[in-house]
Design a protein around this ligand. Sequence first.
Ligand SMILES: Nc1nc2c(ncn2[C@@H]2O[C@H](COP(=O)(O)OP(=O)(O)O)[C@@H](O)[C@H]2O)c(=O)[nH]1
Ligand SMILES: [Mg+2]
Length: 253
Amino acid sequence: MSRGLLDALTLVVPCYNEARRFDAGRFTAALARFPGLQLLLVNDGSSDATEAVIEAFAATSAERVRTLSLGENRGKAEAVRAGLLAAMDGGAAWVGFWDADLATPFEALEEFSVAAARHDEARALIGSRVRLLGREIDRNPVRHVLGRLFATAASVTLDLPVYDTQCGAKIFLADETLRSALQEPFASRWIFDVELLQRLDVGWLRTTGRRATAYLVEVPLLAWQDVKGSSVRGRDFLRAGAELAVIRSRRNR
Ligand SMILES: Nc1nc2c(ncn2[C@@H]2O[C@H](COP(=O)(O)OP(=O)(O)O)[C@@H](O)[C@H]2O)c(=O)[nH]1
Ligand SMILES: [Mg+2]
C-alpha cells in the first residue's frame, strides 16, 4: 500500500458563500508547510464573491491550487463528490475534503500523517472531535450534544463503532473502491459522510472480504473550533435523522 500521506495529497475544499470567512493567509501557510499538498477549491454556485476570492487565491499558487466551479448550488455532498473525482483524475495518491472555515486547522495534517504511518492498512482517515482535557475542542454546547446524539445514531446505522462521522476533515486512499463509492450522487444532502463510509464499507467487504474496521482510522484532533457563520440549522438535524433511515434501508438492498 502506498505510504506517505503528505507526499501526494489533494484536499477538496467545498466553498459555499465563503467570501467573508475565507482566510487566504492560513491556506498559504499550509501550502508552505506541506510541500506535497495540493488544493482543489470548489465553488458551489455561491451568490457572494466566493468565485473571485478563490480565483484570486488560486492565482497566487497556480501549480498547487485549482478551482472548480459548479454553475448552480448543488450542496456540499455534490461539491465534495465532484471535487474528489476531479482530484483523483489529477493523480493524487490520497484525496480528502476539508471544511473551508478551517474549523479543523491544517496543522492536524501532521496527526493524519502519523496515523497513516502507524496503521499500515489505513485507507480512510477521519478527524474525530473528542473532547479530552489537554485538547482544544471548542464546540458550541448545544451542537456538541446534538452532535453526540447524531453520531451515536449514525454508528448504529452503519453498524460500525465510529465515534464522529461528521467532522469536516477526511482523507482517503485514491483507489478503485473510492472511485466506485463516488460514482452515484449521494441521497443525502447533509450526512453524505455517513453514506460515503457505508459505501466504502460495502466496497471493501466485496473486494477484500474485510469490513471498514480494518481500513478506517479515526484521528483524534488536538484542536477544533466551531467557526461562526455555519449554514447548518436546527431543522437540518431533524432532516439528518430521516436521512439516516434512508441510508440504512439502502444497505440492505
Ligand atoms: N458545496 C457546498 N458547500 C457547503 C454548503 N453549505 C456549506 N458548505 C461548506 O461545507 C463546509 C462546512 O460548512 P459550515 O457552514 O461551516 O457547516 P458546519 O461547520 O458543519 O456547521 C464549508 O466548507 C462550507 O463552505 C453548500 O450548500 N454547498
Ligand atoms: Mg463550520
